[in-house]
Design a protein around this ligand. Structure first.
Ligand code: ADP
Length: 433
């Protein structure tokens, strides 16, 4: 109720009391009686109103008492304030119930675990998906529901950026994806999805590419053999055949490289989720990759700066192939100038970088470079016999080592590809010896 309304109400009440006083004055002829009567009338009116208000306060569930319009206004305002307070209290005290009800109504399976990774609660969808009974499982460790190392390691690392794919077995096709988010003091909310179908499709695609590549190897070896022996079988020098045979040999060589890259990519993808924990001496690895490429590109200057002696937890073969792809690209896409390979520590973690002073890449191409078969300049890639899979391999190696690939490049000035690994992947220098 507005203050003007309140004034209006009191003004009317005082007027009524004064009118009563004047009537009393005329009736008795004494002015003092008028004052007493007015005051008495006011006290009665206010007292009556107050008593109604107190009666309602004692029983707040009742509707507010009706009075004249202005009184109703006051009571209505008090009523609204009280109801608002009550609903706030309700929402606070009911919040866990409310929260549980809202999770319960969801189709996605959800569960809540505490800081010790014990199950606090799960909805019916989770009960159905995991074939469990909430009451029986409450308080039990999450690893009882998802046995195996994957969950144990995931929880140990406490890095919930990437969802966890898990096959809790015994059905090898049953695959689940767990997405964790922290909430409250140290509880975690987990959304669980059945991704068996998605996993199957991805596996089929991988298997298909792998099988086709594998099957192509035998016929290719036969063709290659004939191309190599054909010139010696032909009677006399046959100049007309020299050129097509040389071209066939080149194409077969390209197909061999392509198949090798496809098979390697399939292998890396297949083991991507696996933990790679071997201690790799990156300085030594880089030295051997560089030595190999120096002999393959004798007229190029490949410089190695191994500034860190710290070993990295990972897979040596994968890391070697990523580095080799980056150096070969640097050599292919620069005509002269040194190629600098650097292994160093940084504030965010160890960095493996390859820098060239070559063609450079326009900014618009950079986000797509790691796509399979994406080429900035098709004709140039064909000249350099690129397969278009080199950077896709680098990206997969980066993902499986939790590293990030950064590309800094300027057209005509050169490029720098950096693999930045998390500091947690580094071990002490003594550990690898
Ligand atoms: P490719 O086998 O064609 O080299 P990649 O996947 O290794 O395939 O590289 C994709 C494309 O990225 C290349 O075709 C090339 O255009 C570009 N590229 C990669 N590395 C460099 C580099 N160091 N300098 C300039 N362009 C590069």
């Amino acid at each position: 109720m507005s203050s003007s309304g309140l004034l209006h109400l009191e003004y009317r009440r005082v007027l009524v009391a004064m009118a009563l006083g004047v009537a009393c004055w005329f009736a008795t002829g004494h002015a003092s009686n008028a004052v007493v009567a007015s005051l008495f009338a006011l006290v009665v009116l206010w007292g009556w109103q107050l008593s109604r208000l107190y009666r309602w306060f004692a029983n707040p569930e009742d509707v507010p008492p009706l009075g004249d319009a202005a009184v109703r206004g006051v009571l209505h305002d008090v009523y609204v304030l009280r109801s608002r307070g009550a609903s706030l209290d309700n929402s606070r005290s009911l919040s866990p119930v409310y929260r549980n009800e809202s999770f319960e109504s969801m189709r996605e399976a959800a569960m809540i675990i505490n800081a010790r990774n014990e199950l606090l609660w799960c909805n019916s969808a989770a009960e159905y998906l995991l074939k469990i009974n909430r009451v029986e499982e409450e308080g039990k460790p999450l690893r009882d529901l998802f046995p195996g190392k994957a969950l144990k390691n995931y929880l140990k690392e406490q890095n919930f950026q990437k969802p966890l794919r898990i096959k809790p077995g015994p059905d090898p096709e049953f695959c689940m994806q767990l997405e964790f988010s922290r909430f409250g003091a140290s509880d975690k909310l987990i959304f669980i999805k059945d991704v068996s179908e998605q996993d199957k499709v991805e596996r089929m695609r991988r298997d298909f590419v792998g099988n086709v590549s594998h099957e192509l190897r035998t016929p290719l070896t036969v063709i290659k053999g004939y191309i190599e022996t054909l010139p010696s079988l032909l009677a006399g020098p046959n100049a007309a055949l020299q050129k097509p045979l040389a071209s066939m040999a080149t194409q077969v060589g390209r197909m061999e490289v392509l198949i090798a890259d496809l098979l390697w990519l399939t292998r890396i993808e297949t083991v991507e989720g696996e933990r790679k924990d071997d201690l790799v001496n990156v300085s030594n690895l880089a030295a051997s990759v560089v030595a190999e490429l120096r002999s393959a590109w004798p007229d190029r200057d490949i410089q190695l700066l191994a500034e860190s002696g710290r070993p990295l937890r990972g897979d040596e073969r994968e890391l070697g192939s990523a580095l080799s792809n980056l150096i070969v690209n640097a050599l292919k896409y620069s005509e002269k100038g040194p190629v600098k390979v650097r292994w160093a520590d940084s504030a965010v973690g160890p960095v493996l970088s390859v820098e060239d002073k070559g063609l450079g890449i326009a900014a618009k191409h950079i986000p797509r470079l790691t796509e399979r078969f994406y080429r900035v300049d098709k004709s140039r890639s064909q000249q350099t016999s690129g397969t278009g899979l080199g950077l896709a391999i680098v990206k997969h190696v980066a993902v499986s080592h939790e590293a990030k690939l950064f590309v800094d490049s300027q057209l005509g000035k050169g490029s720098c590809f950096r693999l930045v690994f998390p500091a947690s992947r580094c071990a002490d220098a003594a550990a690898s010896d």
